[in-house]
Design a protein around this ligand. Structure first.
Ligand SMILES: Cc1cc2nc3c(=O)[nH]c(=O)nc-3n(C[C@H](O)[C@H](O)[C@H](O)COP(=O)(O)OP(=O)(O)OC[C@H]3O[C@@H](n4cnc5c(N)ncnc54)[C@H](O)[C@@H]3O)c2cc1C
Ligand SMILES: *[C@@H]1O[C@H](CO)[C@@H](O)[C@H](O)[C@H]1NC(C)=O
Ligand SMILES: *[C@@H]1O[C@H](CO)[C@@H](O)[C@H](O)[C@H]1NC(C)=O
Ligand SMILES: *[C@@H]1O[C@H](CO)[C@@H](O)[C@H](O)[C@H]1NC(C)=O
Ligand SMILES: *[C@@H]1O[C@H](CO)[C@@H](O)[C@H](O)[C@H]1NC(C)=O
Ligand SMILES: *[C@@H]1O[C@H](CO)[C@@H](O)[C@H](O)[C@H]1NC(C)=O
Length: 576
C-alpha cells in the first residue's frame, strides 16, 4: 500500500496579544499564508534547517518548517559556548529519560534533546567530529549505495584558524561555522608534549576530521566569531529567512501524518482530532490543530526519538506493537523504532597536586568554568564576550580530544568481534576539558571516557578500557610535575569495582541514532531506502540521525549535517 502524506499538526495559535518574535519566524498559525506547500519539514532541527535552506533555494518551491519548540533567537545560554550546560532541563530541552535500564540496576538515564529551532545543534556541546572514512564506507556497503561513502561526502564547513588542522579536508564555503578553540588553557602545551612523549595510541593527528581519526588532536567546534553556530543561526540566517518561499513556524508540534486524497487536495482538514500538549504561553495562546498539505514531500527531521514516534502515531511500524498501543496499523514496517544506538560515557575528575594543596572536587563544575578566586571574573568575562566576542567564554572548555583503539590482541576479541567499521576507526574517545586557567593551570582536569563504537556487551569493557587509556595518558612523564591523581569514584583499577562505578554513573553521550535505519532497496528490514524515502510509501522521507545504519565513531552532528546536505541533493535531483 502506498501512503500519500500530509501533516496533521498541533499548532499553538497566537492572538493579538502576542507579537511575532521576528518578522520571518512565525509564531502564529494565522500568519501562515497557505495550506499547501511543496515540501513540509517536520522538525526545524539540525537536519531540518539544512533542508529548509537548500530546498528553498528554488524560488518555485514553497517550503514549510514545523518546529515544536520556540525560536532560537536571543537565548544567551545557547549563544555563549560554555553556558551550554545551563540548557538541559529547561524549555529548550525535551527532557526525555530512558526506560529503567536492566544492565544499570534499573536506573533510567537522561536523554536531553534540543527543543528550540536548530534542535540539538542549539543545545549541544559543539564538538565537530566527522568519524572515520570507513564509517561512511560501511554505510555505502550496508545500503548498496556508493553515494554514502566518504569520498562523496563533501565537507560543509569554514575554518578560521590556520596551522592546527588539515585544510585539504575542509571547504571554506560552508554555511555552518567550524573553528578551533579560541582560548588557550594552561595544559594545552602539556597535552601536545604528552602526545609527543607517548606516541603510539596517543600520536598527534593534525586533523582528526580528515577521515583517519585515530590519535590526539585539537578539537574542532561549531563556533564562529566566539559564539555557537547552530543550524538555525547559520542555515536560517536572516538572508535565507527572508526568502518569500520559506515559512518557519515555531511552537508547532506535529502529531501525525494523514493520508490525503489521491490528488493531494486539502481534504484532511476536517479530520482533526488529536492535540498533544504544547507549551503554554501565558495569557495569549490557545491550542489549535490544523492539517497542512505537502504537494511533493513530507520530510521527517524530528530526531532519532521523535521521528519513530511520529511514524508510529501515523500507523507506520510493527502492526502488533501498534495495535497494543491502540493505533490502527497502516503500513507494516517492523524496524521503526528498533536498533536505537547511543554511546555510553563516564566523566572522570583528575586532581592536580600543584601549589601544595588540592582544590576540592565538589568545587569543580562545568557550570562555572574558569572560576577563580576573584568572584567578579565571570561577570567580566561575560562583559568581554558581549562587547568583543573574545575571552574565556568563546569556546566550550574542551581543547583536545583523543581517539583510540583497543590493542589488536585485546582479550575481548576472544568473545566479540570488533564493532568498529575498520582499522582506521577509533573505538574509544577521551575528551579533555582544560583546567580553566591560563597561563598557570587550575587544580582539576575533567575528561570524558566514551565508547565510540557501542555494541551491547562490548560497552562495559569499552568504558573500562577508556578509563585505563586515560590513566595511561596522564601517567606520561610530562605530567609528573602536576602529580595528577584520578579522583573517586574511579580511583580503582579492579574490574569488578570499576564495573560497579560505571553502572552507577554512566550516562548518554546524547547521540541517539539508527531508529529508522537505511537499508538496501528491497531489504526485509530497515525503514528507509538509500534515497531516504520511507519504504512502502510515497511522498515521505526521513532526514535526521535516525537513518544511520551504524553510528559513526564520532559525535553525531557533523554526520547529520552531511546526511542533510546529501538528502537535499537527492530531493532536488528527484524533482528536477
Ligand atoms: C545535550 C546534547 C549534547 C550534544 N553534544 C554534541 C556535540 O558536542 N557534538 C555533536 O556532534 N553532537 C552532539 N550532540 C548530538 C547532535 O546534536 C545530534 O545528533 C544532532 O543534532 C541531531 O540532529 P537531528 O536533526 O537528527 O535532530 P535535532 O537537531 O534534535 O532536531 C530535531 C528537531 O525536531 C523537533 N521535533 C521533534 N519532534 C517534533 C514534532 N513532533 N513536531 C515538530 N517538531 C518536532 C525538535 O524540537 C528538534 O528541533 C548532542 C546532543 C545533545 C542533546
Ligand atoms: C535533568 O533531569 C534528569 C531527570 O530528572 C536528571 O537525571 C538529569 O541529571 C538532569 N540534568 C541536568 C543537567 O541537570
Ligand atoms: C523540561 O523541564 C523543564 C523543567 O522542569 C520545564 O520547564 C520545561 O518546560 C520542560 N521542557 C519541555 C519541552 O516541556
Ligand atoms: C538492526 O540492524 C541490523 C544491521 O545492523 C539488521 O540486520 C537488523 O535487521 C536490524 N533490526 C531491525 C529490527 O531492524
Ligand atoms: C574590547 O576590546 C577593546 C579593544 O581591544 C578593549 O579596549 C576593550 O577593553 C574590550 N572590552 C571588554 C569589555 O573587554
Ligand atoms: C601526589 O598526590 C597524592 C594524592 O593527593 C599525595 O598523596 C602525594 O603526596 C602527592 N605527591 C607529591 C610528590 O606531591
Amino acid at each position: 500500500m502506498a501512503l500519500k502524506t500530509a501533516v496533521l499538526a498541533a499548532f499553538l495559535s497566537v492572538l493579538n496579544l502576542c507579537l511575532p518574535i521576528s518578522a520571518v519566524i512565525q509564531e502564529s498559525l494565522l500568519a501562515l499564508p497557505r495550506v499547501s506547500y511543496e515540501f513540509i519539514i517536520v522538525g526545524g532541527g539540525t537536519a531540518g534547517c539544512v533542508l529548509a535552506n537548500r530546498l528553498s533555494e528554488n524560488p518555485k518551491w514553497n517550503v514549510l518548517v514545523l518546529e515544536a519548540g520556540p525560536s532560537h533567537e536571543n537565548i544567551l545560554n545557547s549563544q555563549v559556548p560554555p553556558y551550554v550546560f545551563r540548557l538541559q532541563n529547561t524549555s529548550y530541552d525535551w527532557n526525555y529519560t530512558s526506560t529503567p535500564q536492566a544492565a544499570l540496576g534499573g536506573r533510567p538515564v537522561a536523554l536531553p534533546r534540543g527543543h528550540p529551532l536548530g534542535g540539538s545543534s542549539s543545545i549541544n556541546g559543539m564538538f565537530y567530529t566527522r568519524g572515520s572514512s570507513s564509517d561512511y564506507d560501511r554505510w555505502a556497503t550496508v545500503t548498496g549505495d556508493p553515494g554514502w561513502s566518504w569520498r562523496w561526502t563533501k565537507p560543509a564547513d569554514n575554518h578560521d584558524t590556520m596551522g592546527q588542522y588539515d585544510p585539504r579536508a575542509h571547504s571554506k564555503t560552508g554555511i555552518t561555522s567550524v573553528s578551533l578553540p579560541g582560548f588557550p588553557d594552561a595544559i594545552d602545551t602539556k597535552v601536545a608534549e604528552a602526545s609527543e612523549q607517548l606516541g603510539g595510541e596517543f600520536a598527534w593527528n593534525t586533523d582528526t576530521n580528515n577521515g583517519d581519526s585515530l590519535g590526539i588532536g585539537w578539537l574542532q567546534l561549531t563556533i564562529g566569531n566566539g559564539e555557537r553556530s547552530s543550524s538555525a543561526t547559520s542555515y536560517l540566517a536572516p538572508k535565507y529567512l527572508n526568502r518569500k518561499n520559506l515559512h518557519v513556524l515555531v511552537n508547532s508540534r506535529v502529531t501525525k501524518l494523514v493520508q490525503t486524497s489521491p490528488g493531494n487536495k486539502p481534504s484532511g482538514l476536517e479530520s482533526i482530532r488529536q492535540v498533544l500538549p504544547v507549551q503554554p504561553k501565558p495569557a495569549c495562546s490557545f491550542h489549535a490543530v490544523r492539517t497542512v498539505i505537502a504537494r511533493k514531500e513530507v520530510i521527517l527531521s524530528a530526531v532519532a526519538l521523535g521521528t519513530p514516534q511520529i511514524l508510529m502515531l501515523s500507523g507506520i511500524g510493527d502492526p502488533t506493537e501498534l495495535r497494543g498501543l491502540g493505533i490502527e496499523p497502516k503500513i507494516n514496517l517492523p524496524s521503526v523504532g528498533k536498533n536505537l544506538t547511543d554511546q555510553p560515557q563516564v566523566a572522570l575528575t583528575w586532581a592536580l597536586g600543584i601549589n601544595g594543596h588540592l582544590r576540592s572536587v565538589s568545587d569543580s563544575s562545568l557550570l562555572s568554568p574558569r572560576r577563580a578566586a576573584d568572584p567578579t571574573l565571570p561577570d567580566k568575562w561575560l562583559e568581554e564576550w558581549k562587547t568583543n566576542r573574545t575571552g574565556p567564554l568563546t569556546f566550550n572548555n574542551v581543547n583536545s580530544i583523543a581517539w583510540t583503539r583497543l590493542p589488536d590482541d585485546s582479550p575481548i576479541y576472544e568473545r566479540f568481534s570488533d564493532p568498529s567499521s575498520g582499522r582506521n576507526t577509533p573505538q574509544l574517545e577521551i575528551g579533555i576539558v582544560g583546567t580553566g586557567y591560563y597561563p598557570t593551570p587550575g587544580r582539576l582536569i575533567l575528561t570524558s571516557a566514551v565508547v565510540a563504537t557501542p555494541h551491547s556487551q562490548f560497552d562495559i569493557y569499552g568504558v573500562r578500557e577508556a578509563i585505563r587509556t586515560s590513566r595511561r595518558f596522564f601517567a606520561g612523564p610530562t605530567w609528573e610535575e602536576y602529580n595528577i591523581t584520578l579522583q573517586p569514584p574511579f580511583d580503582t583499577d579492579v574490574d569488578s569495582e570499576l564495573d560497579a562505578v560505571i553502572k552507577a554513573t554512566v550516562f548518554s553521550a546524547s547521540h541517539p541514532v539508527g531508529s529508522a535505519s537505511m537499508s538496501p532497496k528491497n531489504a526485509p528490514w530497515g525503514v528507509v531506502d538509500p534515497d531516504l524515502k520511507v519504504k512502502k510509501t510515497t511522498g515521505l522521507r526521513i532526514v535526521d540521525a535516525s537513518i544511520m545504519p551504524f553510528i559513526t565513531c564520532a559525535h553525531t552532528q557533523a554526520p547529520v549535517y552531511a546526511i542533510a546536505e546529501r538528502a537535499a541533493d537527492l530531493i532536488k535531483e528527484s524533482w528536477k
